[in-house]
Design a protein around this ligand. Structure first.
Ligand code: ADP
Ligand code: MG
Length: 710
């Protein structure tokens, strides 16, 4: 913890880095609670911005309230207390000069009971219901001013036309740091802003992008002059955050480009023979991205490129060609996948072709053990293995590469920046190609992969028919089975997929297994069914997949292990059970397992009501949209960036104010500026940029580790 204050001119002066506990009226106890919501320093508090604002002009008078509508009211507490009802409830009667309404609580009674006093001015939002008069149950509320302070000047800061509402937890409210308390703590800081903060952006950015100066933004975000100013203020702070994030990415990219990489040779005979072996021609889209990759690889600078493309667009072959280019120049190439199954899939798809070209290919996952592992590690270390496929196992300490030249990371949304860096450290600065499983929205790509160059395969291979997707209700199972049988009779194969999530893995596994038994005995006794899930040993899994590929099974009942990598052209039907439990990108990824051949494919989503509103939106998107880029945009909007990547570590920097979905335009602006400035002045030593330099070092360097400025 930093020292309480520096003394200037005989007066202690508070600094941004100081702990909030030194603020008047806070102290160590309250500071502890503030810490728990991420407010540790004065600066954190300054940047703890209102969740929303109430404009007095949008508040409805009590005599205009309609049952069923969701509204905001403001009034004085007329009476309050526990009601003598069968179920204990606490009530507050709120009154304005047109009428009154009853606020009702059934829970958190002990807490809510002690909050109100007669004559308190209270804002409440919620839905109006009717029960012996108008009422609002569990409203969102805020005590705008306390009765005993009425008329006091200070209260004016709380009762201006615009009322900011902060994200406040019950804990914060308990220690009187509700919105009112937070504003009270903030007021002296904001009155003294010029001593506390200095502008973080050069004047030319501020004026060119029509931004508010920092201190004006901070003032208005907390004590807005009017509603329009709240938007401008928040935008300015969001811009700041995005600008410094992009600045970090620009610096990182610059640094990567400065690194001396490998200048691989032009693609030669090996690549040519490989392309000849393919049963198809590369599409123009594939050729275009390969040119971009080859040009990177041939240059002395090291490659750091993101390869995007929809499911089924043919990324694997692109990666394969890149790996062969490395091998042809005398280097090893590694492909790292997020799951064992996917690594195995890649191995199955790739190794025969590679071996027939004379390139030794090995698979390294944690299932590879004992002598087999020893042999493979030895081949990697001696350089007899040219191409290595695997999982995290590839980046463990024990793995020693002979001459690693290229790393392909099949990202599947799961690898973080750190893992990328870790594998890179193993080689002599190998080139890096990152592939995404499904497309990532542009705004997200620019924040998460903003330091990479991007190649996009924007067309699917020719001859694909658009997959038809239908939504079924649970109780229409027999129709689904009929449909399935019909397809099987035409000689096609099918997937039936069950959800499996970590939290309920046991139950999910049981459900999938039971359904498999049931289908096998009762519905499709004349068909060949197989069951596939992550708990099955990898050798067995491989043989099941191989058999399905060879057409020895008609139906593959599986958990989400088939999500990625499986490639069986004859499979034309996919039934997804409990489709409402899957995320949108995941559904799209699953559906990508069919429609890979030339026959019409069908995806049947089976939903079990009741469906949440969000689930309905997801399923509707699935039935109407097939473009993965569009799907991912919707997914990002529905879930937000954190969820979009799942719970695993994803390397996504935390943004406190900016929202990359809503602030996408700001993001593009901020990015342009950040990259332009680093291009012009990589060490940020020009006079105009000194404010960036000092702010970056002070605030962001630690947060965005791995970055140096000269
Ligand atoms: P993804 O981009 O999802 O990883 P894959 O690399 O698995 O896609 O390719 C999907 C399918 O398309 C594979 O069966 C692959 O052999 C096939 N494929 C790839 N490129 C072409 C092409 N140019 N023409 C025809 N089929 C192709
Ligand atoms: Mg793939």
């Amino acid at each position: 913890m930093s020292s309480p204050a520096t003394v200037t001119q005989g007066r202690p002066r508070i600094k941004l880095e100081d702990s909030v506990q030194y603020l008047k009226g806070i102290g160590p106890e309250k500071a502890k609670v503030l810490n728990s919501v991420g407010i540790k320093t004065i600066e954190d508090l300054l940047y703890y911005i209102p969740r929303r604002y109430l404009d007095r002009s949008t508040i409805l008078p009590m005599n205009k309230l309609k049952v069923g509508s969701t509204v905001t009211v403001i009034g004085r507490v007329e009476a309050f207390g526990m009601a003598k009802t069968r179920r204990p409830q606490f009530q507050v009667i709120l009154k304005d000069n047109t009428g009154f309404i009853r606020l009702v609580w059934f829970s958190k009674l002990r807490w809510v009971k002690n909050l109100f006093e007669e004559d308190d001015l209270v804002v409440a939002s919620g839905q109006i219901t009717l029960y012996r008069g108008l009422q609002m149950v569990h409203p969102e509320f805020e005590i705008v001013s306390k009765s005993d302070r009425k008329g006091n000047d200070e209260e004016l800061i709380h009762t201006g036309r615009i009322i900011p509402l902060y994200p406040s937890t019950a804990e914060l409210k308990k220690i009187h740091l509700d919105s009112r308390g937070l504003r009270r703590a903030l007021k002296p800081l904001l009155d003294n802003l010029t001593n506390l903060v200095s502008e973080t952006l050069p004047q030319r950015i501020v004026s060119d992008s029509n931004l508010l100066p920092l201190s004006k933004a901070l003032k208005n975000v907390h004590f807005p002059e009017d509603l329009e100013m709240t938007d401008l203020a928040r935008s300015r702070l969001a811009f700041d955050e995005l600008f410094y994030l992009e600045l970090m990415l620009a610096l990182r990219k610059k640094r990567i480009h400065r690194e001396k990489g490998i200048a691989f040779q032009k693609p030669g005979n090996l690549v040519r023979s490989a392309l000849k072996m393919l049963p198809f021609e590369l599409t123009e889209a594939q050729k275009k991205v390969l040119r971009e990759i080859a040009s990177d690889m041939m240059s002395e600078d090291s490659m750091h490129r993101l390869l995007q493309g929809d499911v089924g667009s043919g990324k694997t072959i692109v990666a394969l060609v890149a790996m062969l280019m490395a091998v042809e120049s005398g280097y090893q190439a590694a492909l790292m996948a997020p799951t064992e199954i996917l690594a195995e899939q890649h191995y199955i798809t790739i190794h025969q072709m590679l071996e027939s070209l004379g390139v030794k290919t090995v698979l390294l996952t944690s299932s590879v053990v004992g002598t087999e592992r020893e042999i493979i590690l030895d081949q990697i270390a001696k350089g007899t293995a040219g191409v290595m496929l695997g999982t995290h196992a590839l980046i463990q300490k024990k793995v020693d590469f002979f001459k690693l030249g290229l790393v392909v990371i099949d990202e599947q949304h799961r690898f973080g920046v750190m893992q990328r860096a870790k594998l890179k450290q193993k080689g002599i600065s190998p080139d890096v190609l990152v592939m995404t499983a499904t497309p990532i929205p542009r705004s997200l790509a620019l924040t998460l992969y903003g330091d990479l160059d991007v190649s996009v395969i924007d067309r699917l291979p020719p001859g694909r028919k658009t997959i038809k997707t239908f939504l079924y209700n649970e109780n229409l199972k027999s129709e689904i089975y009929e449909f399935l049988e019909n397809q099987l009779q035409k000689g096609h194969q099918a997937y039936i997929v069950y959800p499996l999530v970590e939290e309920s893995e046991k139950a999910d596994l049981k459900a999938a297994t039971q359904s498999y038994e049931f289908l096998k005995k009762e519905i499709f006794p004349h068909r060949r069914l197989a069951l596939l899930h992550g708990r099955i040993k990898s050798k067995e899994r491989e043989s099941i997949m191989q058999a399905f590929r060879d057409g020895d099974y008609d139906i593959l009942v599986a958990t989400t292990v088939v999500e990625v990598g499986v490639d069986v052209h004859n499979a034309t039907v996919m039934v997804i059970e409990h489709a409402e439990r899957f995320g949108l990108s995941q559904l799209h990824q699953l559906r990508g397992r069919i429609g890979r051949g030339e026959d019409q494919s069908f995806c049947l989503l089976v939903a079990n009501p009741p469906l949440s509103e969000e689930a309905q939106k997801r399923l509707k998107a699935m039935t109407s949209i097939t473009d993965g880029f569009k799907i991912s945009e919707i997914d990002l909007k529905l879930r937000g960036p954190g969820e979009f990547f799942g719970t695993r570590q994803h390397g996504l920097p935390e943004l406190k104010i900016a929202d990359i979905v809503a602030d996408a335009k700001l993001l593009y602006q901020a990015r342009n500026w950040a990259f332009k400035i680093i291009e012009e002045d990589p060490n940020l030593t020009q006079k105009n940029n000194l404010c960036i330099r000092s702010n970056f070092i002070r605030k962001y360097k630690r947060r965005f580790s791995l970055v140096d400025i000269g």
